[in-house]
Design a protein around this ligand. Structure first.
Ligand SMILES: [Zn+2]
Length: 643
């Protein structure tokens, strides 16, 4: 945060640009790093690193706090085979006693280049046929130095015949995107900050597609898959992606990259999710993740979300989340902007670009709002605390709804919907959050990759520039305070209300069919308060709900319902049958090695959230998802015969 004191807010963005240039580049020879990915199928990566050094003590480090994960997730425990040599001699090292990411060496007289070899054991984002390689697995560089001041030149070697997708600039001819067997692909000199932000996608079944060719700078999606047919994306997906590029161009009015590459793996074993970068994003979905409309619906906001991070998160970053190195802890207090606003914009852009319909957007929003409204942990923990504690609440735990998780994502989604519809209401729909984004994310105009920190006051100032209001109180009330109920005001201002019906929406039915759906297993959550799998396993129990009052616990398994062996259908039939009478739902439940009889005293029937239009009110909610550009239509797909 010391790098950009108030200069930016004073509008001197040119100074910021000048500061951003890696000044050390001209003075120091770059580190040379060659990442050898030929052993990807065995889940081993290798690197040879040549570092310019001077005689005397030297501390080298690997990255610890990884941007975008908001955690100390650098894989130091998986780094192995570390050997240092210089002038043909092995040089001894000792790990730092406190900072376990650091290696201490003494460089002998007469040595100007230190060679390091290291390997990394990698278990995620990797399969027999592909890898999404993040450089923190193999990076080694001088400790206690701002990472953007360390010049480095990367090269990469991949298995024969595999393609390469990356935002790095290739400088070796004929070695990109599909290098000749054994060839090493060299990239232009960059700095350690940018290299960590520039992953390499590689795979046997590789496709690179240009997107929205009329938009400058250039955008591509690089796709690798475990099965040969999957990486050849359907025309309808490519059309939505080109629409996404046009929609973001129209929404943000600026960009902060020289080129943008969506990197996508399609694999059932390589793991998934998304990790944002300034000029690319690392996205992983299942093998068939984009193979048909139903699978695509589940992933609809993934690519829009990660793309939006190039503006919100990468270019504009909360002061506490931007540190000059990867050793200083990142502070998450403003993650409800970094992630929360991205969650809102990613979903809005998914609908605008055609990854989902307006109705599907509303159905998914209803599920999100209902889950937050039925998160009992909100009576003790604020949304801000879920952000401050982001690095320790990231992973799933039983009783998650009582502890809370990374709720700042979805809380932020509702908050920014509230702000968007409020601006529309205050300005008779003349202005919207679109105007705020242009100001907040577009300061400085078009730039290359750059990080410009902000604080709470700047948010308030930019919101006031769009529509004068007491935005500081608006934000504090929703973020810092304990709110027993979710922020449903945006839905109301948008012309809808959250209601519960006795049948799931078409979107919920489609999502529930997808294995591992993000909000799957919630079909009994708003009724008896159970998240239960198809085999009867209870993954969570809603705190103070009917199942909690009946003493059920996460980890238990329902064996029988009303005297019959468990199935999801039998459980739903029992919830329906108990409606309006006094007979409880009878269960036989296994807990560890014991079995017991449990009665749930619940009689209000099935409950599925949906948004219902309030007639006679302005329909701002649907205005938020209208495209800003003319959407490209893909050629109609051949209908497959019904099976
Ligand atoms: Zn994100």
């Amino acid at each position: 945060m010391r790098l950009f004191p108030r200069i930016f807010q004073a509008g001197l963005s040119l100074l910021v640009l000048l500061f951003a240039l890696p000044v050390a580049r001209a003075q120091k020879a770059p580190i040379q790093i060659t990442a050898d990915l030929s052993d990807v199928p065995r889940k081993l990566l290798h690197a040879d690193v040549d570092l310019p050094v001077t005689p005397g003590p030297l501390a080298l480090t690997t990255p610890k706090w990884i941007p975008g994960t908001h955690m100390p997730s650098g894989p130091v425990e998986e780094i192995t085979g570390v050997v240092f040599t210089a002038n043909g001699q092995t040089i001894a090292w000792r790990r730092d006693d406190v900072d376990l990411y650091q290696f201490h060496l003494t460089i002998p007289a007469g040595v100007s280049t230190l060679h390091a070899h290291l390997d990394c054991i990698v278990t995620s984002r990797i399969s027999q046929k592909l890898a999404a390689f993040e450089w923190e697995s193999l990076l080694l560089y001088p400790a206690n130095t701002p990472v953007r001041d360390i010049p480095i030149q990367p090269s990469v070697k991949v298995p024969a015949g595999w393609g390469i997708g990356t935002a790095l600039t290739p400088v070796s001819s004929g070695a990109y995107p599909v290098p000749a067997p054994g060839a090493v692909t060299q990239f232009a000199v960059t700095n350690v900050e940018q290299l960590q932000d520039s992953p390499i996608l590689t795979g046997e079944y590789f496709h690179e597609f240009p997107l929205a060719p009329e938009i400058s700078p250039k955008h591509y999606i690089d796709v690798v898959s475990d099965q040969p047919e999957d990486s050849n994306l359907r025309p309808v997906v490519l059309a939505s992606l080109s629409n996404l590029v046009r929609e973001t161009d129209a929404l943000y009015g600026s960009h902060h990259y020289h080129v943008y590459h969506f990197l996508l793996t399609l694999s059932d074993v390589a793991g998934g999710g998304g990790l944002e970068h300034g000029q690319s994003s690392d996205n992983g979905v299942g093998e068939k993740g984009f193979a048909d409309d139903a699978h695509e619906l589940r992933e609809s906001d993934l690519l829009p979300h990660e793309f939006t991070h190039s503006w919100n998160g990468k270019y504009r970053r909360p002061v506490g989340l931007y540190q000059p190195d990867f050793a200083t802890p990142q502070q998450g207090a403003l993650l409800w902007v970094y992630e929360g606003m991205t969650q809102y914009l990613g979903n809005v852009l998914a609908a605008r670009a055609g990854f989902e319909t307006q109705e599907q957007y509303r159905d998914r929003l209803a599920t999100t709002a209902a889950i937050l409204d039925y998160t009992p942990g909100r009576v003790w923990r604020s949304t801000e605390d879920t952000a401050v504690a982001a690095s320790v609440v990231r992973f799933y735990t039983p009783w998650m709804n009582w502890r809370r998780g990374q709720d700042y994502y979805q809380e932020g989604q509702l908050l920014w919907l509230d702000a968007d519809t409020l601006i529309r209401k205050l300005t008779q729909n003349q202005k919207s959050l679109n105007d705020f984004e242009k100001i907040f994310l577009g300061k400085g105009g078009n730039t290359g990759p750059l990080i410009v920190p902000y604080d709470f006051n700047e948010l308030v100032q930019d919101l006031n520039a769009v529509a004068p209001y007491d935005w500081a109180t608006f934000l504090h009330d929703r973020i810092d305070k304990i709110n027993p109920h979710a922020d449903l005001a945006g839905i109301g201002q948008g012309g809808y209300k959250l209601v519960y019906k006795d049948k799931p929406s078409a979107t919920q039915r489609t999502m529930a069919m997808m294995p591992g759906a993000r909000f799957g297993g919630r079909d009994c959550w708003f009724s008896i308060g159970l998240s239960v799998g198809g085999d009867g396993s209870i993954s969570d129990v809603r705190w103070s709900g009917p199942a909690d009052k009946a003493n059920l616990a996460p980890g238990e398994k329902i064996i029988a319902v009303n005297g019959q062996i468990f199935s999801a259908e039998k459980l739903h039939a029992a919830i329906k049958a108990a409606k309006g009478n006094s007979e409880p739902i009878h269960l036989i439940v296994q807990a560890d090695s014991f079995v017991s009889m449990i009665d749930i005293d619940y009689h209000a029937g099935e409950r599925f959230p949906v948004l219902e239009r309030v007639e006679g009110t302005p329909d701002y909610l649907d205005d938020t998802t209208k495209p800003l550009t003319t959407p490209e239509k893909a050629p109609a797909e051949e209908k497959k015969p019904e099976e």
